[in-house]
Design a protein around this ligand. Structure first.
Ligand code: HPA
Length: 254
């Protein structure tokens, strides 16, 4: 079993020097990742925005990243995601776990199967792996970082933040957190038959929820960097707790 870790904003390395840099050629271009070990498990780390955060959410090579992680043998993926909070009961600083998503992206590739594969429609009723999510929850709560609540993740195209009206709309539609990178990553993981979970950290209240507050990218990055140690601890603890066998249906595509 190989665990893939997709680092979001603020998570550009796993804090150790002894990971080996590997570049994989994919049908979507070359992708660089780092191979090493975490919590006694073979692992691959891929910073979604690049090590220097040079890629904005709408320009991330989501298909290349998933293809590379698959080629490197990853059968489980954990992503970290910075998110804005839509639900007042979820405070800034809370860790949570995506359980469903609402997709408001518009210009990203829609499928990993292009360009040559036959048309396929994957089931997306339960987009995130319930077993990985539960292991993450237990790991976070054992570390005293809980409760890790399950949330509906709204994905916007970005890179701009939302209007106050959009935030109100997302809340009314049942969204609880909003981010820019969870989709199509989760979709491609399912298309590849790989278990996927998203560990979200609420970095700010959604735009307009706090009167006169102007949201900045710096605010998001700062909070993620402050909490990098916690994210690393959860990832390591969850890697330790992973079972080799799974009973989930993530790999059953038809
Ligand atoms: N909106 C979209 N993406 C985000 C936010 C937000 O408020 N915070 C962190 N990523």
């Amino acid at each position: 079993m190989t665990l893939g870790i997709i680092g979001g904003t603020g998570l550009y390395d796993l804090g150790t020097q002894d990971w080996e840099e590997v570049t994989t050629d994919t049908p979507f271009g070359p992708v660089t990742a780092w191979v090493g070990e975490i919590g006694g498990r073979q692992a691959v780390f891929l910073p979604r925005h690049g090590r220097d955060h040079s890629l904005p959410p709408h320009l991330v090579n989501y298909r290349g990243n998933l293809s590379a992680l698959q080629a490197l043998g990853c059968d489980r993926l954990i992503a970290t995601n910075a998110v804005g909070g839509l639900d007042p009961s979820l405070p800034v600083g809370a860790l949570c776990l995506a359980v469903q998503f609402l997709d408001f992206t518009c210009v990203r590739p829609r499928t990993l199967y292009e360009p040559d594969a036959a048309v396929q429609h994957v089931d997306m009723t339960e987009p995130y792996c319930p077993e990985l999510r539960e292991t993450l929850r237990q790991a976070g709560e054992a570390l005293g970082l809980g409760p890790l609540r399950e949330v509906v993740y709204v994905c916007t195209e970005g890179p701009r933040f939302e209007t106050a009206a959009e935030i109100q709309m997302f809340g009314r539609l049942g969204g609880q957190v909003v981010g820019m990178t969870g989709v199509p990553e989760v979709v491609f993981a399912r298309e590849a038959g790989i278990c996927y979970a998203s560990l979200c950290l609420i970095t700010n209240p959604g735009a307009g929820l706090v009167p006169d507050h102007k949201l900045t990218g710096g605010e998001v990055t700062e909070l993620m960097e402050q909490r990098k140690g916690d994210l690393l601890q959860v990832l390591e603890e969850m890697a330790r707790r992973l079972c080799d066998d799974t009973t989930c249906a993530c790999g059953a595509r038809s």
